[in-house]
Design a binder for this molecule. Structure first.
Ligand code: 5AD
Ligand code: SF4
Length: 471
């Protein structure tokens, strides 16, 4: 019953937007010349997936995609606010567009995504960037056609920011970036409130999609040629807790694993505090679930982890890693690490280096702490000096890179199944793809291999990739 009601809300809303899409398409067709859009996705995988949906709507409205911002009739920036440098980049880009708009007054500029959910940012854009025509947020992506239509009709600036999510709009009818792999949202928002992180404020509370909706989307994708699915959520491990009929993430994985035609199943991001034994066993038992796990630890110091509100200690993280490696011996693990969180001392930093050495990550995403207004950490005492943060960051890379190199070296001589993603930009005769354990592999081949699964013998490695040969 609930499912039916939800479907009805989605269908009605999408049908409304379809009408606007048709109207804009007719207007564009009437102009008798090609109209182009430029889309910039500036954030995480969820942001990139949102951009796939935005692009699909624009294509259906009669626009063609261009990578040349200056050629575009419609420019849309899908922003990120996790760290300050992403925000600085947006203001720089907006300055550039202002300049273009002086010679091209019909250019339409739209901006959306996480940054727009912050009141201070919204005010700044409203007041100081008047050339932005359409502004919307993370909760009402599906309304782009309506907002654009209103702008075209009135010439006015259109601003529509929701402070809370409405019903989950089940829009699964979108164009994908890759024909053979696709991202599927399973849970939106985050309830964890890590003290450094802005995400819970801009993406709202956790909402899980119904299991059957997720499975149906995946079946549709497979019928359309997809082999590899990435399940997305800020914290996938808390999937299903708040559904009317609760489901665990492990149960979801087991059921998706049964879907015919699926080759690989990945997911991100996992929170260590919620990673259950049940999930480890599901990963071990499900042959389609890749032997790869992204498990951010952020800091190796229990004192800092407590101040970050992460909900685990250094020892608990290391014990969890041991348990995972015991059950899935060939697993590769990647992580996120922040250096320079307020109050971090040299001793705390040494604990971070210690975790890096003990675990042996195959990849690490490393960040300098970035103060985010509105988060508890922004007003904490003992903010770390910028120079100290830079120094620790460089020392961290100095420790991580040889570890990553060694993890890759250990794969030389093995045969890995690689799904080919594309041809090298430097050499037409080299292709690259990903192994099941998420290593980047380069080998001799041509574009006819794109999307195929090829067994590759690993014959060499660099720090960040493997070199292989077809067998
Ligand atoms: N400063 C630096 N890094 C951050 N992250 C999230 N918020 C911040 C911040 N304020 C990092 C975390 C998270 C990743 C997506 O971004 O490591 O796991
Ligand atoms: Fe941010 Fe923590 Fe939620 Fe991840 S789990 S999105 S770091 S608050």
């Amino acid at each position: 019953m609930l499912t039916e009601k939800r479907d009805e809300v989605s269908q009605l809303e999408l049908a409304r937007q379809d009408c606007f899409i048709e109207e804009i398409r007719a207007l564009n067709n009437a102009e008798n010349k090609d109209k182009y859009f430029y889309n910039l996705a500036m954030g995480c995988q969820m942001n990139a997936h949102d951009s796939e949906k935005l692009k699909s709507m624009l294509v259906r409205m009669g626009y063609k995609e261009t990578n040349d911002e200056e050629k575009a009739d419609f420019v849309i920036y899908n922003t990120c606010c996790v760290r300050e440098n992403a925000e600085v980049k947006v203001y720089g880009k907006l300055g550039f567009l202002k300049h273009i708009k002086q010679t091209k007054p019909n250019l339409i500029v739209a901006i959306c995504g996480c940054m727009m959910q912050q009141e201070t940012v919204l005010q700044k854009i409203k007041e100081s960037h008047r050339h932005v025509n359409i502004i919307f947020g993370t909760f009402n992506l599906h309304k782009l056609p309506e907002l654009l239509k209103t702008h075209l009709q009135t010439g006015d600036r259109v601003i529509d920011i929701w402070n809370e999510h409405g019903e989950i709009i089940e829009d699964t009818n979108y164009l994908r970036e890759f024909p053979y792999k696709a991202s599927v949202n399973i849970v939106y928002g985050c309830n964890n409130f890590c003290t450094y992180c802005i995400v819970p404020y801009v993406r709202g509370r956790e909402r899980s999609r119904e299991k059957e909706d997720i499975k149906n989307e995946i079946k549709g994708l497979i019928a359309d040629g997809v082999k590899e699915i990435v399940l997305l959520g800020q914290n996938v491990n808390s999937y299903g807790k708040n559904l009317e009929n609760p489901v665990t993430f492990a149960q979801l994985l087991r059921e998706i694993n049964e879907i015919d035609g699926l080759e690989r199943l990945r997911f991100m991001t996992s929170h260590p505090k919620d990673l259950s034994d049940e999930l480890i066993y599901a990963m071990r038992d499900c042959e389609k679930v890749c032997n790869y796990l992204h498990l951010p630890f952020q800091s190796g110091s229990t004192k800092i982890l407590t101040k970050m509100n992460r909900g685990y200690t250094k020892e608990q993280y290391l014990t969890l890693i041991e348990k995972i490696k015991k059950e899935i011996p060939d697993i590769l693990i990647s992580t996120d690490i922040i250096v320079g969180f307020p109050g971090e001392t040299e001793e705390d930093f040494q604990e971070t280096l210690d975790v890096a050495k003990k675990v042996g990550f195959s990849t690490a995403f490393t960040f300098m702490y970035s103060k985010r207004t509105g988060t508890p950490a922004a007003t904490m005492e003992n903010q770390v000096d910028e120079e100290v943060v830079h120094d620790r960051f460089n020392r961290l890379l100095g420790v991580l890179n040889p570890i990553i190199f060694d993890i890759h070296s250990a794969l030389v001589g093995k045969t890995l199944k690689v799904i080919v993603e594309g041809v090298s930009k430097q050499d037409d005769n080299i292709v690259s793809g990903r192994s099941e354990n998420n290593c980047l592999v380069h080998f001799k081949g041509d574009k006819t291999l794109i999307g195929q699964t090829v067994p590759i013998k690993i014959v060499g490695n660099k720090t960040f990739y493997l070199i292989g040969e077809r067998i």
